[in-house]
Design a protein around this ligand. Structure first.
Ligand code: NAP
Length: 330
């Protein structure tokens, strides 16, 4: 769809709710990639020239080549909180503010983290597959036995919005909560969480759950050495970004029984190849990056991304800004 006039043009890289498109259309002419799959790179490069705004998704790689094509861009707004697909310093260097959608997806993503923790510990997906395959003969005392979440020790890596929302839920399970990140959080005591270093967290936890962003520092944060520091009965859960875990090392650790299982909402790459060994391991639950996927939350994310975009088009500070250094006073 491309009905263009003299007002600013915005490229929207995926179909989002109609009401959100209508809100943007009050401020700009839209160029929308209507496909259900990511906009092809060539199309993105071809459609960007002349656009003042880019409304994008985490599946779009926004690098210097894209920014060169979009030399008229005044704002980039992503419908996600994580912005690891965007070269933020290149955007800052060009004076382009980048918006993201923190907060509105916190509780929904924390719910999914709990679902993954429980599904992995209690072998929920494996048990459902077992019954569907007609393998259930009778109740057996030790069949499909899993591990308890209640009263277990859970280590949270990245104690930000989502990490804390996970901690809040874990208190209801009477868990002992440890966390690590670059600096201690003053809120942690209120949530009953103790700050420890990464090796202590790995060695002490029954569940290790990842909630840090993907950055140069966190890429490969959990590799062979860290997996070896985990307890053999422990599980690893990831609802952050796939490359935070060295996936080849994870496959090895799981195959060798060095850890008990994994629950992954995110993988490296995405989609995970259908022949990945992880998909045939019964102790592994893999989901297609559905952390924030509820109707209410995805709608709020789309609206927030529109608010950021419209502010940027008007030359105002974005309500949610991923690169504050873009403004001189920062
Ligand atoms: P946030 O509030 O910014 O929290 C991130 C936390 O990670 C911060 O407390 C930060 O503390 C910590 N951190 C940063 N660098 C670290 C490092 N090197 N080692 C350990 N901890 C580190 O972000 P959020 O809103 O909770 O979101 C977290 C991430 O979740 C997002 O970036 C996104 O990638 C992912 N996410 C995934 C889904 C999904 O669908 N699966 C949905 C939403 C979000 P310090 O700065 O003190 O280190």
């Amino acid at each position: 769809m491309a009905s263009e006039s003299s007002q600013a043009t915005v490229l929207v890289t995926r179909r989002v709710p109609r009401a959100v498109l209508d809100a943007i259309a009050r401020h700009a002419t839209l160029r929308i990639w209507e496909g259900d799959n990511p906009i092809p790179r060539e199309t993105l490069l071809e459609w960007l020239p002349g656009c003042a705004g880019l409304y994008c998704m985490l599946t779009d790689r926004i690098d210097p080549e894209v920014l060169d094509a979009g030399s008229s861009l005044r704002v980039i707004s992503q419908m996600a909180v994580g912005v690891d697909n965007i070269d933020l310093s290149a955007c800052t260097a060009r004076g382009i503010p980048v918006g993201n959608t923190p907060g509105v997806l916190t509780e929904t993503t924390a719910d999914l983290a709990l679902a993954l923790i429980l599904a992995t510990l209690r072998r929920v997906i494996e048990s459902a597959a077992f019954i569907k395959a007609g393998q259930w003969v009778t109740w057996r005392p030790m069949e499909l036995v899993g591990r308890d979440l209640h009263h277990s020790t859970v280590g949270i890596i990245g104690f930000g919005r989502i990490g804390k929302a996970v901690a809040k839920r874990l208190r209801g399970f009477d868990c002992h909560i440890l966390y690590t990140q670059r600096s201690p959080d003053p809120d942690a005591a209120r949530l009953g969480a103790a700050y420890v270093d990464l090796p202590t967290l790995l060695a002490s936890s029954d569940v290790v759950t990842l909630h840090c962003p993907l950055t140069v520092e966190t890429r490969g944060l959990i590799g062979a050495r860290e997996l070896a520091q985990m307890r053999q009965e422990a599980i690893l859960v990831n609802t952050s970004r796939g490359p935070v875990i060295d996936q080849a090392a994870l496959v090895e650790a799981l195959a060798a029984g060095r850890i008990a299982g994994a629950g992954l909402d995110v993988t490296d790459p995405e989609p995970i190849p259908s022949d990945s060994p992880l998909l045939s391991m019964p102790q592994v639950v893999v989901l297609p990056h559905i952390g924030s996927a509820t109707i209410a939350t995805r709608t709020k994310m789309a609206e927030l991304a529109a608010d950021n975009l419209i502010a940027g088009l008007a030359g105002k500070r974005l309500p949610h800004l991923a690169n504050p250094a873009v403004y001189p006073e920062a």
